[in-house]
Design a protein around this ligand. Sequence first.
Ligand SMILES: C[S@@+](CC[C@H](N)C(=O)[O-])C[C@H]1O[C@@H](n2cnc3c(N)ncnc32)[C@H](O)[C@@H]1O
Length: 223
Amino acid sequence: MSPGTCTLHSVSTTGDRAERLVKSRQRVADHGEVFTPAWLVDDMLDLVAAEAERIDSRFLEPACGSGNFLIPILERKLATVQARYGRSDFERRHYALLALMCVYGIELLADNAAECRERLLDTFVRFLKADAEGVWQRAARAVLAVNIVEGDALDMTTGEDEPITFPEWAYLGRGRFQRRDFRYDALTQRSSASVGLFTHFEEHEIFVPVAEYPPATVQELAA
Ligand SMILES: C[S@@+](CC[C@H](N)C(=O)[O-])C[C@H]1O[C@@H](n2cnc3c(N)ncnc32)[C@H](O)[C@@H]1O
């Protein structure tokens, strides 16, 4: 195979589906693009099982590829949603969306970022089954458009050279969600600010949102 082509190699298999761990030698050389196999992801997530299963624990993967970590994290959260809210359609749907809202990624390559969003959407849609038509799917797409960022996790900028920002989502109950946006570079200064070294930000500046939105329903998020 010539370098730079995107033929997918089947490096290992789980069940009947070959896992795609490498897309091309060129991409491995250029971007270190080797995806993590499912069994290893599961073993690693087992080490933080309580957090991975908690609906509102926030996970950010700064080099998320096509989502090999983020999809199983979402699946674990959705299992908790089912166990806790399976008897109420209203709560089940809203907490499923909250679970999706708590999954974040940064990915340098546009095709990987797009694939990651599609796989997360597919996981969410399959969980909601028939309910996923229309408004829920559009709301989920809107969330994924801002939670999965195409950008550079090292210099913390987007493909358009803007500072990366992430929304902090919260579920207020009664079908309403709150969104506040924060700069990624400020959030990553949190630990150094606490010891007072090498920081461009004071402690009180770090949790100042760059944007705040009024509470929104699923219909408003989908609009
Ligand atoms: C080793 S792969 C891992 C992908 C995924 N985390 C997984 O375990 O399957 C590394 C990924 O990081 C991306 N990447 C490389 N440099 C990056 C950067 N500076 N910022 C964001 N993503 C980057 C690559 O495009 C690739 O998809």
